[in-house]
Design a protein around this ligand. Sequence first.
Ligand code: F6P
Length: 319
Amino acid sequence: MKRIAVLTSGGDAPGMNAAVRSVVRSSINRGLEVYGISYGYLGLIRGDIKKMSLSDVGDIIQRGGTSLHSARCPEFKDESVQEIAVKILKEYHIEGLVVIGGDGTFRGATALENHGIKTIAIPATIDNDIPITESSIGFDSALNTVIEAVDRIRDTATSHERTFIIEVMGRDSGMLALYSGLGSGAESVLIPEEPYDFEKITSKIKRGMERGKAHSIILVAEGVMSAEECSKLLSKELDIETRISVLGHIQRGGRPSAKDRILASRFGHEAVTLLLNDYSGEMVYLKNNTISHVSYDTVLSEKKELDTSLIEIINELSI
Ligand code: F6P
Protein backbone atom coordinates (compact mmCIF):
# COMPACT_ATOMS: atom_id res chain seq x y z
CA MET A 1 0.00 0.00 0.00
CA LYS A 2 1.37 3.38 -1.07
CA ARG A 3 -1.44 5.90 -0.76
CA ILE A 4 -4.29 6.23 1.72
CA ALA A 5 -6.92 8.87 2.56
CA VAL A 6 -8.77 10.01 5.66
CA LEU A 7 -12.18 11.62 6.16
CA THR A 8 -14.43 12.71 9.02
CA SER A 9 -18.17 12.20 8.58
CA GLY A 10 -21.48 12.72 10.39
CA GLY A 11 -21.75 14.88 13.52
CA ASP A 12 -18.39 16.27 14.53
CA ALA A 13 -16.86 15.31 17.88
CA PRO A 14 -14.05 16.87 19.94
CA GLY A 15 -10.90 14.84 19.29
CA MET A 16 -11.54 14.25 15.59
CA ASN A 17 -8.65 16.59 14.82
CA ALA A 18 -6.31 14.59 17.04
CA ALA A 19 -7.35 11.45 15.13
CA VAL A 20 -6.73 13.09 11.73
CA ARG A 21 -3.33 14.28 12.94
CA SER A 22 -2.47 10.79 14.10
CA VAL A 23 -3.54 9.15 10.82
CA VAL A 24 -1.62 11.69 8.72
CA ARG A 25 1.58 11.59 10.75
CA SER A 26 1.54 7.81 11.31
CA SER A 27 1.14 7.36 7.54
CA ILE A 28 3.84 9.77 6.42
CA ASN A 29 6.30 8.53 9.01
CA ARG A 30 5.83 5.02 7.65
CA GLY A 31 6.36 5.93 4.03
CA LEU A 32 2.76 6.34 2.87
CA GLU A 33 1.27 9.23 0.97
CA VAL A 34 -1.87 10.48 2.67
CA TYR A 35 -4.80 12.50 1.31
CA GLY A 36 -7.41 14.42 3.29
CA ILE A 37 -10.99 14.28 2.02
CA SER A 38 -13.03 17.31 3.12
CA TYR A 39 -16.75 17.16 4.10
CA GLY A 40 -16.87 13.38 4.53
CA TYR A 41 -18.57 11.27 1.85
CA LEU A 42 -20.06 14.40 0.31
CA GLY A 43 -16.56 15.75 -0.32
CA LEU A 44 -15.49 12.36 -1.64
CA ILE A 45 -18.14 12.34 -4.38
CA ARG A 46 -17.29 15.94 -5.20
CA GLY A 47 -13.58 15.12 -5.41
CA ASP A 48 -12.73 17.51 -2.55
CA ILE A 49 -9.40 15.80 -1.89
CA LYS A 50 -5.92 17.12 -1.18
CA LYS A 51 -2.53 15.70 -0.30
CA MET A 52 -1.61 16.22 3.35
CA SER A 53 1.81 17.05 4.74
CA LEU A 54 3.11 16.72 8.30
CA SER A 55 2.56 20.43 8.88
CA ASP A 56 -1.04 20.37 7.56
CA VAL A 57 -2.01 18.74 10.83
CA GLY A 58 0.18 20.95 13.05
CA ASP A 59 -1.53 22.91 15.81
CA ILE A 60 -4.85 21.02 15.60
CA ILE A 61 -4.58 18.41 18.38
CA GLN A 62 -6.12 20.88 20.85
CA ARG A 63 -8.92 22.13 18.60
CA GLY A 64 -12.57 21.07 18.67
CA GLY A 65 -14.56 20.35 15.51
CA THR A 66 -12.80 18.86 12.51
CA SER A 67 -10.35 20.68 10.27
CA LEU A 68 -11.39 18.32 7.46
CA HIS A 69 -14.99 19.50 7.94
CA SER A 70 -17.86 17.07 8.11
CA ALA A 71 -21.22 16.53 6.48
CA ARG A 72 -24.15 14.15 6.52
CA CYS A 73 -24.58 12.52 3.11
CA PRO A 74 -27.85 10.55 2.94
CA GLU A 75 -27.45 10.08 -0.84
CA PHE A 76 -24.43 7.86 -0.17
CA LYS A 77 -26.96 5.03 0.36
CA ASP A 78 -27.46 4.98 -3.43
CA GLU A 79 -25.39 2.46 -5.36
CA SER A 80 -24.82 4.96 -8.18
CA VAL A 81 -23.38 7.51 -5.71
CA GLN A 82 -21.11 4.86 -4.19
CA GLU A 83 -19.83 4.05 -7.67
CA ILE A 84 -18.87 7.71 -8.17
CA ALA A 85 -16.90 7.56 -4.89
CA VAL A 86 -15.09 4.38 -5.98
CA LYS A 87 -14.24 5.92 -9.35
CA ILE A 88 -12.77 9.02 -7.70
CA LEU A 89 -10.73 6.98 -5.20
CA LYS A 90 -9.35 4.94 -8.10
CA GLU A 91 -8.52 8.07 -10.10
CA TYR A 92 -6.45 9.28 -7.12
CA HIS A 93 -4.86 5.79 -6.74
CA ILE A 94 -6.07 5.71 -3.14
CA GLU A 95 -5.80 2.14 -1.91
CA GLY A 96 -7.01 2.49 1.66
CA LEU A 97 -9.36 4.81 3.51
CA VAL A 98 -9.65 5.68 7.20
CA VAL A 99 -13.14 6.93 8.12
CA ILE A 100 -13.77 8.73 11.41
CA GLY A 101 -17.36 9.02 12.66
CA GLY A 102 -20.39 7.13 13.95
CA ASP A 103 -22.58 4.29 12.70
CA GLY A 104 -23.72 6.16 9.56
CA THR A 105 -20.05 6.58 8.67
CA PHE A 106 -19.47 2.85 9.14
CA ARG A 107 -22.39 2.03 6.83
CA GLY A 108 -20.75 4.19 4.15
CA ALA A 109 -17.46 2.36 4.71
CA THR A 110 -19.24 -1.00 4.44
CA ALA A 111 -20.63 0.06 1.06
CA LEU A 112 -17.11 0.98 -0.12
CA GLU A 113 -15.82 -2.36 1.17
CA ASN A 114 -18.43 -4.10 -0.96
CA HIS A 115 -16.94 -2.26 -3.94
CA GLY A 116 -13.46 -3.55 -3.10
CA ILE A 117 -12.04 -0.47 -1.30
CA LYS A 118 -10.02 -1.21 1.83
CA THR A 119 -11.31 0.78 4.82
CA ILE A 120 -10.71 1.04 8.55
CA ALA A 121 -13.12 2.92 10.86
CA ILE A 122 -12.47 4.98 13.96
CA PRO A 123 -15.46 5.49 16.30
CA ALA A 124 -16.10 9.18 17.00
CA THR A 125 -19.38 10.48 18.37
CA ILE A 126 -20.40 12.33 21.52
CA ASP A 127 -23.35 9.90 21.78
CA ASN A 128 -21.00 6.98 22.60
CA ASP A 129 -23.59 4.66 21.09
CA ILE A 130 -21.16 2.48 19.11
CA PRO A 131 -21.15 -1.12 20.39
CA ILE A 132 -17.97 -2.98 21.44
CA THR A 133 -15.85 0.09 22.17
CA GLU A 134 -15.97 1.39 25.73
CA SER A 135 -15.56 4.90 24.43
CA SER A 136 -15.88 6.81 21.19
CA ILE A 137 -13.83 9.92 20.49
CA GLY A 138 -15.70 12.98 21.76
CA PHE A 139 -17.74 11.34 24.51
CA ASP A 140 -15.44 12.29 27.37
CA SER A 141 -15.17 15.91 26.18
CA ALA A 142 -18.95 16.23 25.79
CA LEU A 143 -19.45 14.65 29.20
CA ASN A 144 -17.19 17.25 30.79
CA THR A 145 -19.01 20.02 28.92
CA VAL A 146 -22.42 18.82 30.12
CA ILE A 147 -21.22 18.46 33.70
CA GLU A 148 -19.77 21.97 33.67
CA ALA A 149 -23.04 23.35 32.29
CA VAL A 150 -25.06 21.54 34.96
CA ASP A 151 -22.74 22.87 37.69
CA ARG A 152 -23.43 26.40 36.45
CA ILE A 153 -27.17 25.84 36.25
CA ARG A 154 -27.15 24.35 39.74
CA ASP A 155 -25.76 27.63 41.14
CA THR A 156 -28.71 29.61 39.87
CA ALA A 157 -31.18 26.79 40.63
CA THR A 158 -30.06 26.91 44.28
CA SER A 159 -30.23 30.71 44.48
CA HIS A 160 -33.78 30.84 43.18
CA GLU A 161 -34.99 27.52 44.56
CA ARG A 162 -36.06 26.29 41.16
CA THR A 163 -36.30 22.96 39.43
CA PHE A 164 -34.34 22.84 36.17
CA ILE A 165 -35.02 20.43 33.37
CA ILE A 166 -31.94 20.10 31.18
CA GLU A 167 -32.09 18.46 27.76
CA VAL A 168 -29.00 16.46 26.80
CA MET A 169 -28.04 15.22 23.31
CA GLY A 170 -27.49 11.57 22.40
CA ARG A 171 -30.03 10.89 19.65
CA ASP A 172 -31.55 7.49 20.65
CA SER A 173 -28.95 6.83 23.32
CA GLY A 174 -29.09 7.82 26.99
CA MET A 175 -25.36 7.31 27.57
CA LEU A 176 -24.41 11.00 27.71
CA ALA A 177 -27.38 11.89 29.93
CA LEU A 178 -26.77 8.93 32.26
CA TYR A 179 -23.08 9.57 32.86
CA SER A 180 -23.51 13.33 33.14
CA GLY A 181 -26.37 12.76 35.59
CA LEU A 182 -24.15 10.65 37.81
CA GLY A 183 -21.20 13.02 37.48
CA SER A 184 -23.21 16.19 38.19
CA GLY A 185 -25.33 14.84 41.03
CA ALA A 186 -28.63 15.29 39.18
CA GLU A 187 -31.74 14.37 41.16
CA SER A 188 -33.32 12.45 38.26
CA VAL A 189 -32.25 11.27 34.80
CA LEU A 190 -34.62 10.18 32.04
CA ILE A 191 -33.10 7.96 29.35
CA PRO A 192 -34.65 5.99 26.48
CA GLU A 193 -33.21 2.69 27.75
CA GLU A 194 -35.18 2.76 31.02
CA PRO A 195 -38.91 3.37 31.53
CA TYR A 196 -39.41 6.53 33.57
CA ASP A 197 -41.83 6.98 36.41
CA PHE A 198 -43.07 10.54 36.91
CA GLU A 199 -44.59 9.54 40.20
CA LYS A 200 -41.12 8.69 41.55
CA ILE A 201 -39.63 11.91 40.18
CA THR A 202 -42.30 14.12 41.74
CA SER A 203 -42.27 12.32 45.07
CA LYS A 204 -38.50 12.77 45.21
CA ILE A 205 -38.90 16.51 44.62
CA LYS A 206 -41.59 16.62 47.35
CA ARG A 207 -39.37 14.73 49.78
CA GLY A 208 -36.58 17.20 49.08
CA MET A 209 -38.90 20.13 49.74
CA GLU A 210 -39.99 18.62 53.05
CA ARG A 211 -36.40 18.59 54.23
CA GLY A 212 -35.87 22.18 53.05
CA LYS A 213 -34.29 21.52 49.67
CA ALA A 214 -36.15 23.58 47.10
CA HIS A 215 -34.07 23.05 43.98
CA SER A 216 -33.71 20.06 41.70
CA ILE A 217 -31.92 19.11 38.51
CA ILE A 218 -33.62 16.74 36.09
CA LEU A 219 -31.66 15.60 33.04
CA VAL A 220 -33.69 14.41 30.10
CA ALA A 221 -32.06 12.66 27.15
CA GLU A 222 -33.35 14.07 23.86
CA GLY A 223 -34.33 10.52 22.82
CA VAL A 224 -36.99 10.45 25.57
CA MET A 225 -38.69 13.82 25.03
CA SER A 226 -37.84 17.51 24.90
CA ALA A 227 -37.18 19.50 28.06
CA GLU A 228 -40.29 21.52 27.25
CA GLU A 229 -42.52 18.44 27.12
CA CYS A 230 -40.97 17.18 30.33
CA SER A 231 -41.62 20.50 32.05
CA LYS A 232 -45.29 20.46 30.96
CA LEU A 233 -45.76 16.94 32.33
CA LEU A 234 -44.09 17.89 35.59
CA SER A 235 -46.15 21.02 36.12
CA LYS A 236 -49.33 18.92 35.81
CA GLU A 237 -48.21 17.02 38.90
CA LEU A 238 -46.48 19.68 40.99
CA ASP A 239 -46.98 23.33 41.72
CA ILE A 240 -43.34 24.40 41.52
CA GLU A 241 -41.34 26.93 39.55
CA THR A 242 -39.41 25.23 36.74
CA ARG A 243 -37.03 26.43 34.07
CA ILE A 244 -35.77 24.54 31.08
CA SER A 245 -32.37 24.53 29.42
CA VAL A 246 -31.51 22.88 26.10
CA LEU A 247 -27.73 22.49 25.98
CA GLY A 248 -27.73 21.83 22.21
CA HIS A 249 -24.58 22.02 20.11
CA ILE A 250 -22.50 23.45 22.96
CA GLN A 251 -22.06 19.76 23.76
CA ARG A 252 -20.39 19.09 20.40
CA GLY A 253 -17.87 21.93 20.39
CA GLY A 254 -14.88 22.96 22.46
CA ARG A 255 -11.41 21.68 23.23
CA PRO A 256 -11.08 17.92 23.40
CA SER A 257 -10.32 16.49 26.84
CA ALA A 258 -6.97 14.86 27.56
CA LYS A 259 -8.68 11.46 27.46
CA ASP A 260 -10.14 12.09 23.98
CA ARG A 261 -6.85 13.39 22.55
CA ILE A 262 -5.02 10.32 23.81
CA LEU A 263 -7.72 7.93 22.58
CA ALA A 264 -7.82 9.63 19.16
CA SER A 265 -4.03 9.50 18.83
CA ARG A 266 -4.01 5.78 19.67
CA PHE A 267 -6.94 4.98 17.35
CA GLY A 268 -5.37 6.87 14.41
CA HIS A 269 -2.05 5.11 14.84
CA GLU A 270 -3.73 1.69 15.03
CA ALA A 271 -5.90 2.39 11.96
CA VAL A 272 -2.80 3.01 9.82
CA THR A 273 -1.08 -0.08 11.25
CA LEU A 274 -4.09 -2.17 10.28
CA LEU A 275 -4.17 -0.87 6.71
CA LEU A 276 -0.45 -1.53 6.37
CA ASN A 277 -1.05 -5.09 7.57
CA ASP A 278 -3.72 -5.59 4.94
CA TYR A 279 -6.71 -5.49 7.28
CA SER A 280 -9.96 -4.05 6.00
CA GLY A 281 -13.59 -3.68 7.09
CA GLU A 282 -12.54 -3.34 10.73
CA MET A 283 -13.29 -0.78 13.43
CA VAL A 284 -10.69 0.01 16.06
CA TYR A 285 -12.01 -0.05 19.61
CA LEU A 286 -11.04 0.42 23.24
CA LYS A 287 -11.50 -2.18 25.94
CA ASN A 288 -9.71 -2.35 29.31
CA ASN A 289 -7.29 0.33 28.08
CA THR A 290 -6.26 -1.85 25.15
CA ILE A 291 -6.86 -0.99 21.50
CA SER A 292 -8.12 -3.78 19.29
CA HIS A 293 -10.25 -4.22 16.15
CA VAL A 294 -13.50 -5.87 15.15
CA SER A 295 -15.40 -6.30 11.88
CA TYR A 296 -18.06 -3.78 10.79
CA ASP A 297 -20.56 -6.65 10.53
CA THR A 298 -20.19 -7.37 14.23
CA VAL A 299 -20.35 -3.69 15.18
CA LEU A 300 -23.43 -3.02 13.06
CA SER A 301 -25.26 -6.14 14.24
CA GLU A 302 -24.81 -5.46 17.95
CA LYS A 303 -26.45 -2.97 20.27
CA LYS A 304 -24.49 -0.82 22.69
CA GLU A 305 -24.86 -2.07 26.24
CA LEU A 306 -25.71 0.62 28.72
CA ASP A 307 -25.24 0.02 32.42
CA THR A 308 -28.68 1.00 33.64
CA SER A 309 -27.73 0.04 37.20
CA LEU A 310 -26.13 3.49 37.28
CA ILE A 311 -29.68 4.86 37.50
CA GLU A 312 -29.99 3.08 40.86
CA ILE A 313 -26.82 4.78 42.06
CA ILE A 314 -28.13 8.17 40.91
CA ASN A 315 -31.38 7.54 42.77
CA GLU A 316 -29.65 6.43 45.93
CA LEU A 317 -27.19 9.30 46.00
CA SER A 318 -29.63 12.08 45.20
CA ILE A 319 -32.08 12.45 48.02
O1 F6P B 1 -24.78 12.26 16.78
C1 F6P B 1 -24.36 13.43 17.40
C2 F6P B 1 -25.53 14.38 17.59
O2 F6P B 1 -25.03 15.53 18.22
C3 F6P B 1 -26.73 13.81 18.35
O3 F6P B 1 -26.52 13.78 19.74
C4 F6P B 1 -27.81 14.76 17.91
O4 F6P B 1 -29.09 14.17 18.01
C5 F6P B 1 -27.45 15.03 16.47
O5 F6P B 1 -26.06 14.75 16.33
C6 F6P B 1 -27.71 16.43 16.01
O6 F6P B 1 -27.40 16.48 14.65
P1 F6P B 1 -27.23 17.83 13.82
O7 F6P B 1 -25.97 18.50 14.27
O8 F6P B 1 -27.17 17.37 12.42
O9 F6P B 1 -28.43 18.67 14.17
